[in-house]
Write a protein that binds this ligand. Structure first.
Ligand code: ADP
Ligand code: ZN
Length: 526
């Protein structure tokens, strides 16, 4: 009796070919779609760009009734709706930024049953009026996009998502599909519980990206390192992520001054400016986007060859998503994380200072620690990263720096003890440079003023370079044995972690390449 529903007897394969113009399903798409088609609930975990959208769009078009898609991202909703309309699908979105006329049209189509797919923000869905309206409509399936938003542990918790628990009682026998690109085991469990989807079939795609060469380097002159990295990519699209708007502006200006085509992108731009940057990015011209975390949604340029991080990402999910924007076309692409001890200390400090609850701070700290471990590791980086998403890679990847150029370690405990003692004996009031001067036995006004040249440890580190001592300090910061005051940049000990090292109860291993760099430096100095 519903003319629209009656037309819907097409097979997923036919819709894939005739509506979307693709020949074959990719990866887990077919299995996920078949399961939803049978009326079962699904949780689909797939990296960004994996092709999650088709997994709810196709069953919506094949099953009788309208597909309901819950999504928290307005910009993304509008993009999807526009793309679907181009394919001749009657899709609409209901969210707070829509004008009255558009809303009225969508309502009309919703009521007369001609809407194929309705995208809706959780706030809108939760209004009483919307509930009543939707109960009069035949619904083919409910898709819950960005399902990790339901989890407190997830990095983008949205309280409204918690109310989705009620969906099965209000729409019994409508299959649900929850989708996310976050796959750590805690978030996964949270989603299944919070959405009352314990019976759902879980499909988890591998997060392994074999065409990404993953590198991480300690900062030793950030600008110079960045320019060296960019050298190979003069004719490509690159993204450089920065921790703040200011820095994004600064780095972009620096690059422009050196003749690069570079544009800053961050939340401080007007929407017109943002659109301008996105337009140029999508145009296919070679260029560098210097961005904050705000650059992300709806980025679909396949030929990004390089992603650089100049600041430590908040956690592995952000990091993975951001490096995942490189090499979408499957061709080789490179990612480089530049990190410094001070950045890590600062990031920890901001977590501490934030107004979040203790529980949230704990989560944020543990995420940051995962990133630090990733940055400092001498093992396969891909293995470490995938483990954050609950995936075990049985063999080293072969496409990260540590796999390609294995590093060996040496015992740096004595060096660590020298640093920690120097920090302690000078009263924990001085920054890294002063501590290094004490270790190297380098006199200057400050040293003489504070009589630090009289300390017994003055000059005990003469035989090593400044760079070596910086590396030791950085690693001590990464281990949280050394902390740094935000206002005066003074180093001080975190007793809990520092004492075991000082007492020799714990050993600190350093990368051989740092020692190597030191040897090269000393020999070239002679
Ligand atoms: P996700 O939501 O997982 O980030 P999308 O659904 O946006 O990914 O899909 C990423 C890209 O892959 C889109 O451009 C989409 O058209 C394309 N795509 C998805 N499935 C297929 C397929 N079976 N064949 C070819 N291209 C596909
Ligand atoms: Zn590896």
């Amino acid at each position: 009796n519903d003319p629209h529903a009656m037309g819907k007897d097409k097979s997923p394969q036919a819709v894939l070919e005739h509506v979307f113009g693709y020949q074959q399903f990719r990866g887990l798409q077919k299995q996920a779609i078949d399961t939803v088609m049978q009326g079962q609930d699904v949780l689909l975990l797939m990296p960004t760009g994996g092709g999650k959208s088709l997994c709810y769009q196709i069953p919506s078009l094949c099953r009788a009734g309208m597909g309901l898609v819950i999504s928290p991202l307005i910009a993304l909703m509008d993009d999807q709706v526009a793309a679907l309309r181009q394919l001749g699908i009657n899709a609409g979105a209901l969210h707070s930024e829509l004008d009255a006329r558009e809303t009225a049209t969508i309502r009309r189509d919703l009521m007369n049953g001609s809407l194929d797919l309705l995208y809706i923000s959780p706030e809108r869905l939760l209004s009483d009026e919307m509930w009543r309206l939707l109960q009069k409509v035949q619904i083919s399936l409910i898709a819950i996009d960005e399902a990790h938003c339901v989890s407190v542990w997830g990095h983008e918790f949205r309280p409204e998502y918690r109310l989705m628990t009620n969906l099965p009682s209000i729409f019994p026998s409508v299959p649900r599909i929850a989708l996310t690109a976050t796959a750590d085991p805690t978030t996964k469990e949270d989603i299944l519980t919070a959405l009352a989807m314990k019976e759902a079939k879980v499909f988890q795609a591998s997060f392994h990206r074999e065409n990404l060469f993953i590198r991480s380097l300690p900062k030793q002159g950030e600008t110079k390192q960045l320019l060296t990295i960019l050298d190979k990519y003069q004719n490509d699209a690159c993204i450089i992520y920065c921790g703040s708007r200011n820095k994004a502006e600064r780095v972009a200006a620096m690059l422009v001054e050196r003749g690069f085509v570079a544009l800053a992108y961050h939340a401080g731009l007007s929407s017109l400016e943002k659109r301008g940057v996105l337009l140029r990015f999508r145009s296919g011209e070679p260029l560098i986007i210097v961005a904050t975390i705000a650059f992300g949604m709806g980025i679909d340029r396949p030929d990004v060859r390089l992603v650089v991080h100049l600041d430590m990402p908040k956690g592995p999910e952000h990091y993975y998503q951001q490096i995942g924007r490189a090499g979408r076309d499957g061709d080789p692409a490179e990612t480089v994380l530049l990190y410094g001890g001070e950045d890590i200390v600062k990031a920890r400090y901001w977590v501490q200072q934030s107004t979040s609850t203790e529980e949230q701070k704990k989560i944020a700290r543990s995420r940051l620690d995962m990133m630090v471990a990733f940055a400092e590791t001498t093992h396969c980086r891909t293995q470490i990263l995938l483990r954050c998403f609950g995936e075990e890679l049985s063999h080293p990847c072969g496409h990260c720096d540590n796999c390609k150029y294995p590093v060996s370690l040496f015992n740096g405990t004595i060096a660590a003890q020298k640093v920690l003692s120097a920090v302690y004996r000078t009263g924990q009031r001085f920054g890294a440079l002063h501590i290094i001067n004490v270790l190297k036995g380098k006199k200057n006004n400050n040293i003489e003023h504070f009589q630090h040249d009289r300390l017994s440890l003055f000059g005990i580190g003469k035989d090593k370079t400044n760079q070596f001592w910086r590396a030791v300090i950085r690693q001590l910061m990464a281990k949280d044995a050394l902390r740094q005051g935000i206002e005066h940049s003074n180093l001080f000990l975190n007793q809990e972690k520092a004492l075991p090292l000082l007492k020799g109860e714990e050993q600190l291993y350093l990368r051989e390449d740092i020692a190597q760099a030191e040897i090269e430096k000393t020999s070239s100095n002679q």
